[in-house]
Design a binder for this molecule. Structure first.
Ligand SMILES: NC(=O)c1ccc[n+]([C@@H]2O[C@H](COP(=O)([O-])OP(=O)(O)OC[C@H]3O[C@@H](n4cnc5c(N)ncnc54)[C@H](OP(=O)(O)O)[C@@H]3O)[C@@H](O)[C@H]2O)c1
Length: 509
């Protein structure tokens, strides 16, 4: 196999990022923004970005790669007009098929990424692809998802706007109508009709499977590629140099701004089959899993998830140096095809979202590109910057000012607050966006240095009506919820791994 196009010399710095659901909406925005923010932050010709997209068909994969190449052409033309260059030959694109509701396809995609050469397209030109095996993944951005909604509940919309106001109603809507009971056969990816209302042998809640479980299984199967990077050349863990420096690989979940409450998730309906709010349940579960993964009371239960099946550590312990770090982000509110609307309602919806932003809501990026800012920011920050912000313990939201300038902002989660800190103050100053006090190093909140928009960084801005300051009882309950959720996810992962193995052995999958 020829040398990979990202291997141009010993100083080569590479960043491998995978994005699910990349053919439309926020997923496509994430890939475009990754290219733009990476080339801006890493202008050296030896810095390479490898973006691997996943879609549900070969045609969508081709179209996504074409769109990203076209984006690169446009951006390079802009740079040329300013007498500069992105050096587009250091951007590499590949795409594979993945249906998160079809578990054999999930395992097949992970195996393909681990063992098979991918067709890699380099640069902005029309050059053909060349086959290369990727050595690792630095970040995986779990963006793909479905809503499971059928339309708008008009009465709920009216009362929502009248009683809560336009900003609350467009950020934390109560008007989304759904049928509920959506089921899928995860061995074939086919919808199961007429079996709704209860958990049944061999089927799974469809929204749960698409938004959470498929990604969860995928992440576990990808662990051998998620080993992170180490600059030390004589370490046996060294598998490359990252453009961001050494650090663990990152699992970045795309959650939602709205599903932050206790009532969004019930352990009695874990796969959200009986509820009419399956989407909200899946997003609350995303928050709970991501924010509690490393907590003392949860880590022993989540540990097997972070241990690859073919890991040769026989003592059963995790090697902390190679355990991926988990982050959770959300895109704010973006007008995409996620919510089913006809063109007229879509136009009204878009107008209402801009109106909300102009009225001062921090959670209305509206376009996919702006909504991509939080996930891309987490993927591109040096590890030291994320650690200084204790970023694994924060839900990072995409935010914009009234004028549409993007920033990244801490988002509140019931039972966790903004950072899992009991009694956290809401008001803040230029110096410290959370507590108003000096940060431990005396330099202030690093976020305020990155984004000089103190009024938008205030935790009180964009808060859900009725949200309460975190108490120690609620914080404890959240950790217990995290433990129970991890336990159930692990049980399901093992059960379905066995089912897929059998189906494959019997030639059914
Ligand atoms: N839009 C918002 O305001 C908003 C707010 C909060 C959170 N989010 C989250 O942002 C993410 C992207 O949403 P979006 O607004 O960009 O929606 P979108 O335009 O509908 O994109 C969803 C993507 O997920 C893919 N997908 C759906 N089911 C899949 C499956 N079973 N397997 C693999 N891929 C699948 C879709 O592929 P196909 O094209 O093949 O269907 C599509 O690429 C979702 O996780 C959503 O929950 C969005």
């Amino acid at each position: 196999m020829p040398a990979a196009p990202w291997d141009n010399g010993a100083a080569a710095k590479q960043l491998f990022v995978l994005v699910t659901g990349a053919n439309s909406g926020i997923g496509l925005g994430i890939c475009q923004r990754l290219i733009d923010d990476f080339t801006a932050a890493h202008p050296s010709t030896s810095d390479h970005l490898i973006v691997i997209t996943t879609t549900r068909s070969a045609a969508k994969s081709r179209q996504t790669t074409d769109q990203l190449r076209q984006h690169l052409v446009t951006q390079e033309a802009r740079a040329a007009a300013a007498k500069s260059s992105l050096n587009p030959d250091r951007i590499h694109l590949a795409s594979i098929e993945l249906d998160l509701c079809n578990l054999p396809s999930v395992y097949a995609a992970a195996e393909r990424l681990r063992f098979s050469p991918l067709s890699i397209y380099t640069g902005a030109g029309k050059a053909a692809s060349s086959p290369h095996v990727i050595p690792r993944l630095d970040s995986v951005i779990f963006n793909a998802g479905i809503g499971g909604w059928t339309g708008i509940g008009w009465w709920n919309l009216l009362t929502n706007v009248l009683f809560d106001g336009i900003q609350q109603a467009t950020t934390f809507p109560t008007c989304k109508a759904a049928l509920g009971g959506l089921l899928v056969d995860p061995l074939t990816g086919k919808e199961v009709k007429g079996a709704g209302g209860a958990e049944k042998e061999g089927v799974m809640g469809q929204v749960f499977c698409a938004n959470i479980f498929g990604h969860y299984v995928f992440a576990h199967a990808l662990l051998p590629l998620l080993r992170g990077t180490d600059e030390s050349s004589n370490s046996n863990k060294t598998i490359g140099h990252s453009a961001l420096g050494p650090g663990p690989a990152r699992i970045i979940w795309e959650s939602s701004v709205e599903a932050v409450g206790w009532n969004n998730l019930s352990l009695d309906d874990f796969q959200a089959i009986n509820t009419l709010a399956a989407y909200e349940s899946s997003k609350r579960l995303t928050d709970v899993l991501a924010l509690t993964a490393g907590l003392k009371g949860v880590a022993p239960i989540s540990a097997p998830f972070f241990k690859a099946d073919d890991d040769d550590n026989t003592d059963g312990s995790n090697n902390d140096d190679t355990t991926p770090a988990t982050y959770v982000t959300h895109p704010g509110v973006v007008c995409s095809t996620l919510f089913p609307l006809n063109w007229f309602c879509f136009a009204l919806y878009q107008f209402a979202m801009y109106l909300s932003r102009w009225l001062g809501s921090p959670w209305h990026p509206v376009t996919a590109y702006k909504g991509a800012v939080a996930a891309v920011w987490v993927a591109l920050q040096p590890q030291s910057a994320l650690d200084a912000l204790d970023a694994q313990h924060v839900k990072w939201g995409a935010s914009t000012t009234r004028g549409g300038t993007t920033l990244v902002k801490r988002s509140e989660v019931e039972g966790w607050g903004f950072r899992g800190i009991v009694g956290e103050e809401l008001q803040s100053t230029n110096v410290d966006s959370i507590t108003g006090k000096a940060w431990s190093d005396g330099k202030g909140d690093p976020l305020a240095e990155m984004y000089p928009y103190p009024a938008y960084l205030l935790n009180s801005r964009g808060r859900k009506k009725g949200a309460a300051t975190l108490t120690s009882e609620r914080r404890q309950e959240f950790e217990v919820l995290g433990r129970d959720c991890w336990q159930e996810m692990e049980r399901l992962r093992k059960e379905w791994a066995e089912r897929v193995r059998k189906a494959r052995e019997e030639g059914h999958a």
